[in-house]
Design a protein around this ligand. Structure first.
Ligand code: GLU
Length: 475
């Protein structure tokens, strides 16, 4: 059987990285089995619909390279791929189940349900619809519908027995049928609930592996019962762990956390390769030591056995580490693309693009994400530098003032400002001041940059420019 997976987002706004991770895993499972990856837009909850959200879904997936084989825009043999366009079939299936005695019309109004809920609360038990309309005859129900009574269609859960399924991540899940509520399949506006629509669509689209967040685990037995009632094969389930911000928090990573959307990460200068790589590791552990994978390599290496049951952590430090790995491999144009817009926002760099290019290249190996360039290169733009305690302490050492004086003279005598002459100036200083190693380089570095660490010293000095260097050495 050909493997078919789907990503079924609801267009409710920005795409949360949890959703993108689901898309990635579904994509990988399809691709490593030579299967198809399908995009289905679940827009039946019109109240949560956000204009433009579908475009965000398209652009995010494309940005990350997760191209779908079938979907609203590319078509396919199982369309339409937008749930609201599939509306008529849900009602037909629901009515079929009603006619077979496996579902029923329910006329209970809001007030009655509210009272049931309040009652359950008072008795401190979990609310569950009491099955009041379950016994209505079909004839009676149809008469009430003719009279214009509002109704929903509920699934008739079996009262006895157990239902089980074997989740690919969480293992066997077993529930007692009498604990399951008669869930609503069709709402009073005649739209399907997610609970019903997902099984109809997944069946109609011949989806073999349902990959989604583990918030759906507890509902899955209900879906299994509906598949069975419809006489359909039950697909495989791959439920994914919740993503947390860090291991100590019980907070789920939410859209309100700044970093939780691909847009924000992209905007900050994280590369698509790094985001994909990090998302792959958020809930999946590779077999060996290596944690760096391109999308192509993930297709080869990903495996459902490696998905963890416990919470997954979206680790910003690890993302930065992975991103710096990919930044080191960038060509200049791409490097400029992720850094220059940030520099422009903070500094006046008009007419200095050649210089900016050299500056950015100087920091390529140190850079974790595009926006970080602003902080890293601050010393090239701000007039004054402020030394921290460690630098001040270092500069108190004997002989350092002399080293600086000698170096300043050497720098002032340079007529042709280039890296080679700056290196010579450092070497001459070594000889004339009789200082070497840390006592030679560190005072110079601290004096010109205000920092104890940074890129190659001659390059740094060169890009700072003669005047600024002399100025700082004189202070
Ligand atoms: N539309 C659902 C969501 O966005 C999809 C869940 C599923 O994959 O079945 O949460």
């Amino acid at each position: 059987m050909k493997v078919r997976t789907r990503f079924a987002p609801s267009p409710t706004g920005f795409m949360h990285i949890g959703g993108v991770r689901t898309a990635l895993y579904a994509y990988l499972i399809a691709k490593q089995n030579n299967g198809s990856f399908i995009l289905r837009i679940e827009d039946t909850d019109q109240q949560r619909y956000v204009d433009g959200a579908v475009e965000v879904i398209y652009s995010t997936l494309k940005y990350l390279g997760l191209y779908w084989d079938e979907g609203p825009d590319v078509g396919g043999n199982y369309g339409p791929y937008i749930q609201s366009e599939r509306k008529s079939q849900y009602l037909d299936y629901a009515k079929k189940l009603v006619s077979e005695g496996k579902a029923y019309y329910c006329f209970c109004d809001e007030d009655r349900l509210e009272n049931l809920k309040k009652d359950a609360e008072l008795r401190k038990i979990a609310y569950k619809y009491d099955g009041y309309c379950r016994g209505l005859s079909l004839e009676e129900a149809e008469n009430r519908i003719k009279q214009g009574d509002k109704y929903v269609i509920r699934f008739k859960m079996p009262k006895e027995g157990i239902t089980t399924f074997d989740d690919k991540v969480y293992g066997p899940i077993v529930v007692k049928n009498n604990e399951i509520e008669d869930l609503i399949m069709i709402k009073s506006d005649l739209m399907p609930t997610y609970n019903f629509a997902n099984i109809i669509d997944d069946h109609e689209m011949e989806i073999t592996h349902i990959v989604r967040g583990n918030e759906y685990v507890s509902s899955t037995p209900k879906y299994v019962l509906m598949y069975q009632a419809l006489g359909w094969n039950v697909p495989e389930f791959v439920h994914l762990p919740v993503i947390k911000k860090n291991k100590d928090s019980d907070k789920k990573l939410s859209k309100r956390d700044g970093d939780a959307t691909v847009e924000v990460l992209k905007e900050k200068g994280y590369l698509n390769e790094a985001i994909i790589n990090m998302l792959a590791l958020t809930g999946w552990s590779p077999k060996g030591e290596n944690e760096l994978f391109t999308l192509e390599e993930l297709i080869q290496n990903f495996s459902v056995d490696g998905i963890s049951k416990g919470n997954a952590i979206f680790d910003n430090d690890k993302l930065a580490w992975i991103n710096s790995h990919y930044i080191k491999k960038l060509d200049v144009d791409k490097l400029l693309e992720i850094t220059v817009p940030h520099l422009e926002k903070h500094y006046d760099i008009k007419d200095r693009l050649d210089w900016v290019k050299e500056l950015v290249l100087l920091y390529q190996s140190a850079l974790s994400y595009g926006e970080e360039i602003v902080e890293l290169t601050k010393l090239f733009f701000e007039k004054d530098i402020v030394l921290d305690e460690e630098c001040k302490e270092f500069m108190k050492q004997e002989g350092i003032d002399n080293t600086i004086d000698v170096f300043k003279e050497e720098i002032e005598s340079i007529t042709d400002w280039n890296g080679e002459n700056i290196t010579n100036a450092i070497n001459n200083t070594k000889q004339k001041s009789n200082s070497k190693g840390k006592l030679l380089y560190m005072p110079i570095r601290i004096k010109v940059s205000g920092l104890m660490h940074g890129p190659e010293l001659p390059d740094t000095i060169y890009l700072l420019g003669r005047d600024r260097v002399i100025d700082r050495l004189s202070n």
